[in-house]
Structures are given as C-alpha cells and as structure tokens.
Design a protein around this ligand. Sequence first.
Ligand SMILES: Cc1cc2nc3c(=O)[nH]c(=O)nc-3n(C[C@H](O)[C@H](O)[C@H](O)COP(=O)(O)OP(=O)(O)OC[C@H]3O[C@@H](n4cnc5c(N)ncnc54)[C@H](O)[C@@H]3O)c2cc1C
Length: 334
Amino acid sequence: MQKKSDILIAGAGIVGLSLALELHSRGAQVTVLERDTALAQASTAAAGMLAANDPHNPLALEPLSRLSIHLYSGFLEKIAALSGIAVPYQTSVTHQYVADGSITRLAEHSLDPRQLAVALLAAVRATDIDLREHTELKFTEEWPSGVAAHCTSGDRISVHQLVYATGSWTSTDRLRRLSLPVSPRKGQMLRVLLPDNLNLREVHRAEDIYIVPRLYGPQAGSALIGATVEDAGFDTTVQSTDLANLRHRASRLIPTLASETDAPTLESWAGLRPATPDNLPILGRIEHSQEFLATGHFRNGILLAPATAVVLADLIENRTPSVDLQPFTPTRFL
Ligand SMILES: Cc1cc2nc3c(=O)[nH]c(=O)nc-3n(C[C@H](O)[C@H](O)[C@H](O)COP(=O)(O)OP(=O)(O)OC[C@H]3O[C@@H](n4cnc5c(N)ncnc54)[C@H](O)[C@@H]3O)c2cc1C
C-alpha cells in the first residue's frame, strides 16, 4: 500500500464498510461518510442468502460470486477478531425450485444481515477508521494530487482517493456527470413465526419467492418470506396486499405458511436494492480520476461484499484483481 494514503468512502452500507476494513487492514487511513446512520438501508433489509448458485443470476457474475464465497469465512473471522462477535451461518442448504417442477439441492449458506451489521459496525469501531454518520458527501473537486470532498457538515476533506459506495443513491445529482443508470428496486418482505411442527432448516427458493429460516440469534424460530422486486422510486412503504401475495406464493412451496394463525407475521419492511440495467454491479475507477465506484449490487450485495472489498482495494493499490472486472466497468453504459 502506498504510504498512509488517505481514502474516503461515501456510504456506510455493507459495501462501504467491508471496503473500509479491507483498506484499513492494508495500512490505509480511511474515512467513511454516511448521510444517515450506518447500515440502515439495503444492507439490513436483505434476507442474507449467499446465493452464488442461484440459476437466475447473470452468468457474468459467477467469477466474482465464487471469489466472494471463497473469502466469506475469512471475512467473518476478521470481523469476529476485531469485534468479539461471531456471526453464524444460519443455513447451509437451499432447495431451488426449477421451472420444470423439480427441486435442486444446493450447498449454499445464508446469514442474518442484522447480526452481521452489529458485528461489522463493532469491527469498524474497533479500528481507527473515521466513520462520520449524519454527514453527506455533497460534491467533489479533483486536484492533480487527489480529491477534495465537500460534506453537509461544511467540512472539506482532502484525500488521495474517493470511493462511491452509495447504493441506490449513486445516480443522484452529485454523479450526474457520469450518467450512471443506478436505480432503486424496492423489495418488500415479511418475517413470520414458524409453527412448532415445522422444522425448517433450509432455504426454499423459486424464481419469484424465497423462504429463509433463522436458526440462531434473536430471530431464531422465524422465517423471512420475500421479496417483491418493484420500480417504485425511493418509496419504502409496505402494502398489505403485496405481503399477502408473498405469503400466498410461499404457501405453494410450504403450505402451512399460508395461514396467519399457523405462522403469524412478526414484522414487515421494505428496502431499496441498487439496480443496474444489466443486473451487474459497477466496480472500477472513474476514467482519468482518483474516484472509484463500488455500487449496483442489486440482489447480491451481502454475497458480494467481501469480493468487492478485495478487488476495489486491489484497484486502489494499482494491482490487477484476481477477477476480470471488465463486465463491471463504469464505462459500459456510455
Ligand atoms: C428485500 C431485499 C432482500 C435482499 N436479499 C439479499 C440476499 O438475500 N442476499 C444478498 O446478497 N443481497 C440481498 N439484497 C441486496 C443487498 O441488500 C444489497 O445489494 C446491498 O445491501 C447493497 O449494499 P450497499 O452498501 O451498496 O447499499 P446500502 O446498504 O443501501 O448502503 C448505501 C449507503 O450509502 C449512503 N449514502 C448514499 N448517498 C450518500 C452520500 N452522498 N453521502 C454519504 N452517504 C451516502 C446511504 O445512506 C446508505 O447507508 C437484498 C435487498 C433487499 C432490499
């Protein structure tokens, strides 16, 4: 790593904070700006499937997904070492329902993103990473020696490099000059209490519905039913008709989930997935600049966070990442 380089990351979702930890472990001095509170957006709305084998993923995602799966246990160990909090895998098998009616058994993990968020935040706070919540990046100025970031706090922070990990908000005014087509894709979800006689230990997933049981931690004994995929701007309201529809679809896979009496609703919510037109993330340097993008992870940001952190840190260090990032280049939409 170049000497004590200062790097600023905008966005404290799972992508921004995983990258902050990776850069910090390589010796960088890292500042993270978060407009809201850390990990309060998509990253804690997710189901937490590490769905590298989902047949509906774009083919071009496979090498990055495989790298992330390879890195995941080490990523969790690093977080545990810093935070003292071990995040368990909740499940290790997924039943994938295929269009022809057959079911494929996949060896695939899931975890609870809210458990991960607590541990990840504690890990970041155990380091000297400068996490500034309620501080929005407003605009940047490029200098030959680096970038000046202007924040809502009135602060101007000079750094060598800057990374946008701003999720669904990447295409708002600040980055209009890049014409990046990142847009929010709303996902509504509910969590239900599982009946005593239903010993659900694996994820059940079809193209339009999934059921993700929680076996350990504060949500043990319940299951998530998700999720809608909607173009609704930045709206995050939850509609009872949509939840009823999700429950109906889930009952096609597990009939006892049809009834509110057998499986009462514990909570429901909606989050915004950062989507791109080709359903692939945007990872790379903005041409001729010291600014980088780590966004557009759509349905797979929990899965892809460790690999994203490693390949972005490699790019920032001017190293060649182990995965070809051409499919994810920011210029592909120009
Ligand atoms: C319902 C649902 C289910 C999902 N299920 C899964 C799953 O099972 N598996 C999986 O891998 N993925 C899943 N995902 C996708 C996953 O949640 C996302 O891909 C991932 O969380 C994106 O992470 P992020 O850090 O890019 O975005 P976010 O978590 O949204 O973080 C972006 C952050 O940037 C901040 N920000 C924006 N602009 C600025 C600015 N100018 N200055 C400072 N801060 C700024 C925001 O406030 C926000 O905190 C799901 C998503 C949803 C909504």
